[in-house]
Design a protein around this ligand. Sequence first.
Ligand SMILES: Cc1cc2nc3c(=O)[nH]c(=O)nc-3n(C[C@H](O)[C@H](O)[C@H](O)COP(=O)(O)OP(=O)(O)OC[C@H]3O[C@@H](n4cnc5c(N)ncnc54)[C@H](O)[C@@H]3O)c2cc1C
Length: 395
Amino acid sequence: MKTQVLVIGSGMAGCAAALTLADQGREVVLLCAGDKLTDGNSALAQGGIVYTSPDDSPALLERDIVTCGWKYNNLSAVRVLARKGPDVVRELLIEKLQVPFERADDGGFHLTKEGGHSLPRILHCADSTGWSIMQHMVRAVEAHPNIRVLTRRTAVDVLTSHHHAALLEYKYQLVNQCLGAYVFNEVAGVVETILADYTVLATGGVGQVYLHTTNTRACVGSAVAMAYRCGARYLNMEFVQFHPTALFHRAERRFLITEAMRGEGARLINAEGEAFMTRYDTRADLAPRDIVTRAIMEELLKTGEDCVFLDAANHVDNVTKRFPGIAKKCAEIGIDIAKQPIPVVPAAHYACGGVLVDAHGRTTIDRLYAVGESSCTGLHGANRMASTSLLECIV
Ligand SMILES: Cc1cc2nc3c(=O)[nH]c(=O)nc-3n(C[C@H](O)[C@H](O)[C@H](O)COP(=O)(O)OP(=O)(O)OC[C@H]3O[C@@H](n4cnc5c(N)ncnc54)[C@H](O)[C@@H]3O)c2cc1C
């Protein structure tokens, strides 16, 4: 098979890349390892996506991102996201795809706040923002005449001129070019060669490397592994973000309790009922994620308890209406979030590092690109700020 563009991974980053390129008239093949385009982390996103508010500015957003990232961020990547982000959200998600973000009583968007943000600037669809956005994106992808979707196809390795070319002249060239990928076709049980003028890695995060993670089974770090094998640079892999509040229960995947719940007022308490975060940081429950996670770990080590608790019942109005997905999940294990605190523990959540790319998504291998969580623009520095990840997928 031969195509102009091969996009590996069908989360928000892969779908956005496919749609953009297809709109420009390119012929795109979009691969997904699972049987549905929504098998990645994008469809699980709860809290929302960074937008803007009347009191907001690109400079303020930049400052918040860099503070959360411990000033280890690539400032030019931060600037691109902060300046372009709101326009891209408006043009792609609000106007083109018509994602039904939640409205406030005055008819404007309901904006929520999460850890590290100076003010409410996050758009959401109740507590299933990623699912709503992906429904609209997948519909657009499947309807696009220039996009061919192939499910149950797992990319095994990218093809490069230095490693795989039969003609000697390619081996002696200084530039190593990507020419497509070897792909395991799960339906036919064979490995196929897909040749492409341009290849885009969009395989998401690495959560499944850890025992306890919020990530789906698709997130095994394929892009970084393929990049490593073909000699592309990758960066900041040591900065794996552990989300402070995953539901404490026995399951294959940890269910996330969104940070937006703390944004709406919920407070972390220990087994004695003490709201302990004020002892660790002046921003208390809305300190950046790494600080909250470390505080929880310290509490657990000190007390010997298995988990801490998130008290939404006493602090969030209409909590089951605002967070229906979480209310339903907790009810399944016998917790009424309108009456009881939710048992939570930290879990591996997000890879701040990935395949090194520039502002155009170019890797250090010619004709090979990377986008979304599998890439590293340096935007997040050492620690990602909440709700910037979905935005990075589309900017
Ligand atoms: C529970 C949860 C909640 C979150 N909430 C938020 C939030 O509210 N706001 C926010 O900004 N971020 C949030 N995040 C982070 C965000 O969802 C992800 O970082 C983002 O969706 C990643 O998108 P992606 O397109 O890069 O990857 P994904 O959406 O994970 O998609 C990866 C795709 O790659 C495919 N794939 C993987 N390996 C291969 C392979 N070898 N061959 C072919 N295909 C392959 C998979 O099948 C999948 O289609 C959350 C994450 C989780 C886990």
